[in-house]
Design a protein around this ligand. Structure first.
Ligand SMILES: Cc1cc2nc3c(=O)[nH]c(=O)nc-3n(C[C@H](O)[C@H](O)[C@H](O)COP(=O)(O)O)c2cc1C
Length: 171
């Protein structure tokens, strides 16, 4: 039984691309977070940057998966204003007591991933077992593949070492 869940938010599909690769590599179930209100265009960009800077949660659509049913939840978000995106902040806030173990990944223009991971760790109340930070430059040049492979390797090790709870089949 698959016991890893990937939950991610992506406005322009960079984070989506990494989520798909990690999902294939790990064999995880996937849940994408969607906004209630569109963030398209210049106004959407400015509103997003401001909300992120003020560390406000964003309004998101209901999710289907329950992370408490998974041994590991892998959370992915773009960096906005050197911070966590408001939709992922909202998700992590709502689910923070349900995570058993967590791993984090992000995409960014060039900087802010470390700060984002710190914010997610605070929200989740536990350190990540692995992190992955990919820049737009790496996405364009294809140089991200090795980093993604290493992240998958680390996560697969964590999944393989998970002790099955009595009454379920493990991983
Ligand atoms: C509102 C906004 C703020 C951003 N702020 C940052 C930032 O502080 N640092 C950075 O490196 N990139 C920043 N970016 C760039 C995104 O992190 C980058 O394009 C990311 O890959 C987008 O992921 P997505 O396509 O999954 O939405 C920002 C983008 C947006 C829309």
């Amino acid at each position: 039984m698959t016991k890893a869940l990937i939950v991610y938010y992506s406005r322009t599909n960079h984070t989506h691309k990494i989520a798909e690769l990690v999902a294939q590599g790990v064999g995880a179930n996937v849940e994408r977070i969607f906004d209630v209100q569109s963030r398209e265009g210049a106004f959407g960009y400015m509103r997003s940057g401001r909300e992120a800077m003020l560390q406000r949660p964003g309004r998101i659509q209901p999710v289907k998966e329950d992370p408490s049913q998974y041994d590991l939840t892998i959370l992915g978000s773009p960096v906005w204003s050197w911070s966590l995106s408001p939709p992922m902040r909202s998700y992590a806030l709502a689910q923070q007591h349900k995570f058993k173990r967590v791993a984090f990944f992000c995409t960014e223009g060039g900087s802010g991933g470390g700060r984002l991971f710190g914010q997610l760790q605070t929200l989740c109340g536990k350190p990540p077992v692995a992190t992955l930070e990919i820049t737009e430059g790496e996405l364009k040049s294809g140089e991200y593949a090795g980093k993604v492979r290493e992240f998958i390797r680390q996560i697969s090790g964590v999944i393989a070492s998970a002790v099955p709870e009595s009454g379920h089949q493990g991983l």
